[in-house]
Design a protein around this ligand. Structure first.
Ligand code: B12
Ligand code: SF4
Length: 375
């Protein structure tokens, strides 16, 4: 066991080490480095300007720090402390996405943009974490999106830190009607990431004093399963059931369908060739979102707003309409508001009932999985 000695003036001296440990080459190297003054403690408070420059150089387009004591982060505290005991500050970063990639009805284009930005944001956060570690701090970067804590699924939240909550408290933006954070300049076209660190920062970000959302409600019109209500209510289950068809919950439902199928012909009567191919693609490359249209059509943000202000009709015809017109299967829970909404508002889009994979399946007939297109 290590004991701490006091010298004659009562100062804290090097801990006394057991002889065997003290003789170890690594221990001797560390002690020698200390004696040479090469391992000074890092400053107690991180310089905010240094930190911001570090984040921007690492690939972030905007960054700000917020104390874990911020009242709006009360719900994040236990999660942050569990991930990195001793966390004092959260560093929020935003990384821009290319707008027209996100808006493309070719979802492969949009998904590539989401995943590339996701990677860039993870890379930026990891670079910042490394620099903080090298400066002598404890730091940690939870993933931008996936992987998440699937051992908690589906009962508890699976994300380590809620990046939106942190970004809003740090002043990087405000949640719009569509519940994504809108950056005042870059609009909705940002992904967010957070770095946890065990030190304070000399200056913290301030929450924006206005919401960049202009309340145009294009996100309401774009969502194919009615997940966003005009009053701001958000139907997370409707969104997840469709948009995450090829993520953990939709995959579980699909696996159940495979298990329930009597033979190949029965499977092919429940799942189209295109759906099988799409599921394969999501399993072999990063999984594909089915929608994200709410974010794609959002005109908010100083860099984005111009074309919408210039000519709203053209903006709707070229950004909103192509996504509304796209023929694509929509996934809904039976009897849900999403099902009724999708059939009524988007009669040209086939609607398919699925369990969502949230709970063990009731015994189903093959017809349950068939398209229930009406009107
Ligand atoms: C869970 C989650 C989802 C869920 C729930 C969405 C939501 N609004 O919270 C689903 C699957 C629906 C989803 C979809 C999308 N997401 Co998402 N998602 C997350 C995640 C992991 C946590 C979100 C969070 O903090 N929620 C808590 C609070 C802050 O959110 P809230 O809106 O106030 O509360 C709602 C939800 O929490 C929900 N809820 C509560 N408990 C649970 C449990 C489960 C299992 C589910 C599904 C939902 C849920 O109900 C609340 C009431 O509406 C973050 C990544 C992260 N680690 O932070 C990304 C994140 C929020 N997603 C993001 C994106 C881009 C999307 C999509 C556009 C993906 C896509 N390409 O299609 C869509 C947009 C849908 C939308 N309009 O919100 C970005 C947002 C970037 C931004 N500018 O704000 C984030 C921050 C990822 C990132 N690192 O950038 N997402
Ligand atoms: S699309 Fe319009 S209403 Fe929806 S979040 Fe963006 S600005 Fe707000």
């Amino acid at each position: 066991m290590t004991t701490t000695a006091h010298d004659t003036e009562g100062q804290l001296a090097e801990p006394r080490l057991p002889a065997k440990l003290a003789a170890h080459p690594s221990v001797q190297a560390v002690l020698a480095r200390r004696e040479a003054g090469g391992a000074a403690s890092p400053p107690l408070v991180i310089d905010a300007e240094w930190l911001r420059e570090l984040c921007l150089a690492a690939g972030a387009d905007d960054a700000a720090a917020v104390s874990l004591d911020h009242p709006d982060l009360a719900g994040e505290r236990e999660h942050a402390q569990a991930a990195l005991p001793g966390t004092r500050t959260l560093i929020a970063m935003a990384v821009r996405m290319n707008r027209d990639n996100c808006r493309s009805p070719a979802r492969s284009v949009a998904n590539q943009e989401f995943h590339q930005t996701d990677e860039q944001a993870n890379h930026a956060a990891r670079t910042v974490t490394r620099a903080l570690q090298d400066a002598g701090y404890r730091a940690l970067n939870p993933s931008v999106g996936f992987p998440q804590e699937m051992d908690r699924f589906p009962r508890e939240r699976i994300w380590v830190v809620a990046h939106k909550t942190v970004a809003v408290a740090a002043g990087l933006g405000v949640m719009g009607l569509h519940r994504n954070v809108i950056h005042p300049k870059f609009g909705s076209f940002v992904l967010l990431v957070t770095v946890l660190v065990d030190a304070e920062v000399s200056e913290y970000g301030q929450a924006l004093d206005y919401n960049p959302c202009i309340d145009c409600k294009l996100c309401v019109a774009a969502c194919p399963v009615g997940a966003i209500a005009k009053d701001g209510a958000f139907d997370a289950l409707a969104c997840t059931t469709h948009n995450y068809r090829e993520f953990m919950s939709g995959f579980t439902d699909w696996a159940q369908t495979v298990a329930d199928s009597e033979d190949a012909a029965d499977y092919r009567s429940r799942v189209t060739d295109s759906e099988s191919a799409s599921m394969w693609q999501s399993l072999s490359s990063p999984p594909g979102y089915k929608s994200g249209y709410c974010l794609a059509v959002c005109p908010a943000g100083e860099d984005v707003l111009g074309p919408y202000l210039d000519d709203r009709k053209t903006f709707m015809d070229t950004v909103l309409r192509p996504l509304q017109d796209k023929k694509e299967t929509l996934y809904v829970l039976p009897g849900s508001h999403a099902q009724e909404y999708a059939q009524r508002r988007f009669p040209h889009k086939p609607v398919k009932e699925v369990t969502g994979g949230w709970q063990p399946p009731a015994k189903r007939s093959a017809s349950t999985d068939r398209e229930t297109r009406t009107s």
